[in-house]
Design a protein around this ligand. Structure first.
Ligand SMILES: Nc1ncnc2c1ncn2[C@@H]1O[C@H](COP(=O)(O)OP(=O)(O)OP(=O)(O)O)[C@@H](O)[C@H]1O
Ligand SMILES: [Mg+2]
Length: 242
C-alpha cells in the first residue's frame, strides 16, 4: 500500500523568510501522524501548504503526494477531490448557522471520497453537539466549536484529515477528550495529520511524530521511539510536573 501523504524537499517561504524546509515526511493510511513544535516553528505553514490554503500565498517548492499523486500547489477543489480536508487554526465554523446547519452544510461542500459520516455518526462521536444542535456556531464554547469544525470536516468524507492545533485554547480535560475522539476515528480507519504545540497531548494519541524546529524536522519516528529521544526529553518531557 502506498503512503497516504508524502512530502519531499518541501520549501515554503514568505518573501525571503524560509518558514519550512522539510526533506521527507510520510503518513501511512489509517495512522495518526503529529508534528510538534513551538510557537513559530512552521506548523501552520506546513499544514496549510499541504492543503494549499493560505491568505499570504507563500512561495512553495518541492513535492506533496497524496496516494502517490502530485498535489503541490493544486487548487482547493482538486485537493478536496483527492480527499484532503483541513481544519485550520481558528476553526472553520459558520457562526450564523446552527450546529446542525453547519453539519448539513459540510456535506454539500464536497465529497472527498473517504468514509462517509452521517449526522448521527457525528452526534455519536460528539454527544455534546447533539445537545447543542439548534445553537448558533457563534454561541458555542471553544471546545464545542472545535468539535463542530471536526464534525464538519468529517462530513466531507476525508481521506486525509489535517488538523491545525485542535487543542489550542481548550481546558486540559477537553484536550484529552477531543484527542481521544480523534484517536478513535483513526482506529476506525481515518488517516489524520495534526500539528500541535501540546506535546504531551499529541504523544498520547499519535502513531508517529515529527519534531519541527525553525521549519526543519530535527527528530522523527514512532511515538514509542521518540519518547526515549533525548531531544524530546530535554525539550519537553523533562520539564513535566508530576
Ligand atoms: N502570513 C505570513 N507572512 C509572513 N510570515 C509568516 C506568515 N505566517 C507565518 N509566517 C512566519 O513563518 C514562520 C512559521 O510560522 P507558522 O505560523 O507556520 O508557525 P506555527 O508553528 O504554526 O506557530 P504557532 O504555534 O504560533 O501557530 C514564522 O517565522 C512566522 O513569522
Ligand atoms: Mg500555527
Amino acid at each position: 500500500m502506498s503512503a497516504r501523504l508524502q512530502v519531499r524537499n518541501l520549501r515554503v517561504a514568505y518573501d525571503r523568510n524560509l518558514a519550512v524546509s522539510i526533506e521527507h515526511l510520510t503518513v501511512e493510511p489509517g495512522t495518526l501522524a503529529a508534528v510538534i513544535g513551538a510557537n513559530g516553528a512552521g506548523k501552520s505553514t506546513l499544514i496549510n501548504a499541504i492543503a494549499n490554503w493560505s491568505r499570504a500565498a507563500p512561495r512553495l517548492s518541492g513535492e506533496i503526494l497524496i496516494d502517490d499523486r502530485a498535489v503541490a500547489g493544486k487548487p482547493a477543489d482538486l485537493l478536496a477531490r483527492r480527499g484532503v480536508v483541513l481544519v485550520p487554526e481558528g476553526r472553520g465554523v459558520f457562526m450564523g448557522l446552527t450546529v446542525e446547519e453547519n453539519l448539513r452544510a459540510g456535506l454539500s461542500a464536497v465529497n472527498a471520497g473517504g468514509k462517509t459520516y452521517s449526522l448521527a455518526d457525528i452526534y455519536t462521536l460528539f454527544p455534546r453537539l447533539r445537545e447543542r444542535g439548534t445553537t448558533p456556531g457563534g454561541s458555542l464554547s471553544g471546545g464545542e466549536r472545535q468539535m463542530l469544525a471536526i464534525g464538519r470536516a468529517l462530513r466531507m468524507a476525508p481521506r486525509l484529515l489535517l488538523l491545525d492545533e485542535p487543542s489550542i485554547g481548550l481546558a486540559p480535560r477537553l484536550v484529552s477528550l477531543l484527542l481521544e475522539t480523534i484517536r478513535a476515528l483513526v482506529d476506525g480507519g481515518l488517516t489524520v495529520f495534526l500539528v500541535e504545540q501540546n506535546v504531551h497531548a499529541a504523544m498520547a494519541v499519535a502513531d508517529s511524530l515529527y519534531l519541527l524546529e525553525r521549519g526543519r524536522v530535527v527528530a522523527s519516528g514512532s511515538v514509542a521511539a521518540m519518547r526515549d529521544d533525548p531531544r524530546i526529553i530535554e525539550a519537553y518531557l523533562g520539564a513535566r510536573d508530576g
